[in-house]
Design a binder for this molecule. Structure first.
Ligand code: UD1
Ligand code: UDP
Length: 377
């Protein structure tokens, strides 16, 4: 991977690495990688010249590199190395690096993924340079502007030229906000392409054995600022998670964001609650597939549990992914209701039947690639 920090834009090798890319993909954070993989693969099959930038927003091996290895993603051509920081600092550093890079290399279209700061930075820079922006996962709305992601979604959608939506509700939100219908494409869900392509590799027995877990266990993930940033909230959250662990062993692959706060609030003091480092994609979804239920505040995990049929309890007051409730296994829960909801979920057993959201069929990457190649022509 070319480390952008180590060279200037005048570096000839960087320029040739990035030159003549028709499609520039900008990724940076964990949930971007499973979304980008099927789009890059489908464009590759169509012989499209493309380049991949990693902003460096996520940088731990377990938050980044492991996805490239497991999902067969190409090594990023450039890593901007922006790292962690305040929203302004992180976004500004990504914008500065991307502006230089896009100016020098003039891609025909920039593709951004999801609602993270890296997508915001890339969309703003690209739009201002007059380079068309394609937004994968457009139109999702929680209608909760206290979430940084909601601000990012709105801004990215409104500067985008191509909007790829995963669900009908997303298409409707974009229409309601005055975005022209011809820019919007309902294509399905590329994150689900990745899940379906890797189903055979989710080894429930393997991961259960590796982690010495019993037959029945619950998986948790927590990282939303609304849950883990505020000390008072975290104390309540730890109590609620301990009440879950009173009923069933809990395994929690913990995102780095919440770790210090949660540990300070006593998270580790329950014998049946085990905290581990973030897991690789295959190991994590093996764990989710075999779980009695999942407690989460992740966006992507709400969608993945819908497909795997694992009951999902989302510790949030809202979701930008209501299709996971209407068509999937997802329910919103409060800290106060969590323990009782887990009890009733365990008592109910696995869902008797399930539906799949329309077009979540493994072919979203190809649909996106078709629209992009049409634009390139
Ligand atoms: C970001 C996204 C969020 C997404 C999440 C996925 C934004 C605004 N937020 O949140 O939408 O759900 O990624 O995981 O873009 N850290 C590490 N190592 C890493 C990365 C982060 O230790 O590799 C720690 C740092 O202390 C950092 C903190 O995690 O300050 C938060 O990272 P950041 O990328 O700013 O936001 P996330 O909470 O990860
Ligand atoms: N994930 C993973 N290992 C973990 C936790 C999550 O591979 O320990 C995967 C998960 O399966 C999904 C993606 O990371 O594909 C979701 O990322 P995250 O929850 O960090 O972000 P969000 O979707 O909330 O933006």
């Amino acid at each position: 991977m070319h480390d952008w920090r180590a060279s200037s834009i005048d570096d000839e090798s960087t320029r040739s690495l990035m030159s003549a890319a028709a499609v520039l993909h900008v990724t940076g954070a964990r949930p971007n990688f499973p979304k980008a993989a099927p789009v890059i693969r489908a464009l590759d099959q169509q012989g499209v010249n493309q380049r991949l930038v990693h902003t460096g927003q996520h940088y731990d091996e377990r938050m980044s590199e492991v996805f490239f290895r497991q999902l067969g993603l190409p090594e990023p051509d450039v890593n901007l190395g922006v790292g962690s920081g305040s929203h302004a600092r992180q976004t500004a550093d990504a914008m500065t690096g991307l502006e230089t890079l896009m100016t020098e290399t003039a891609p025909a279209v920039t593709v951004v993924y999801g609602d993270v700061n890296s997508a915001l930075a890339a969309a703003l820079v690209s739009a201002k340079l007059g380079i068309p922006v394609a937004h994968v996962e457009a139109g999702l709305r929680s209608f909760d502007r206290s979430m940084p992601e909601e601000i990012n979604r709105i801004v990215v959608d409104h500067v985008s030229d191509l909007l790829f939506a995963t669900s009908h509700d997303a298409v409707a939100h974009l229409g309601n906000e005055g975005i022209a219908a011809e820019k919007i494409h309902l294509v399905g869900n590329p994150m689900i392409d990745t899940l379906l392509a890797n189903l055979d590799r989710f080894d429930v027995t393997g991961i259960r054995t590796a982690l010495a877990l019993p037959d029945k266990y619950l998986v948790a993930t927590l990282h939303r600022p609304g849950n883990v940033d505020d000390t008072a909230d975290v104390i309540g959250l730890v109590k609620a998670m301990h009440a879950v662990a009173d009923q069933i062993p809990v395994i929690l692959p913990l995102h780095p964001r919440g770790r210090r706060h949660l540990e300070d609030a006593g998270l580790l003091s329950h014998r049946a609650l085990r905290v581990v480092e973030p897991l690789g994609y295959l190991e994590f979804l093996g764990l989710v597939r075999g779980a009695v239920a999942v407690v989460t505040d992740s966006g992507g995990v709400q969608e993945e549990t819908t497909m795997l049929g694992t009951p999902c309890l989302t510790l949030r007051p809202n979701t930008e992914r209501p299709i996971t409730i209407t068509h999937g296994t997802n329910r919103l829960v409060t800290q106060a209701a969590l323990a009782d909801t887990v009890a009733s979920t365990i008592a109910a057993g696995p869902p008797a039947s399930r539906r799949t959201p329309p077009l979540w069929d493994g072919a979203a990457g190809e649909r996106i690639a078709d629209v992009l190649t049409e634009l390139l022509r």
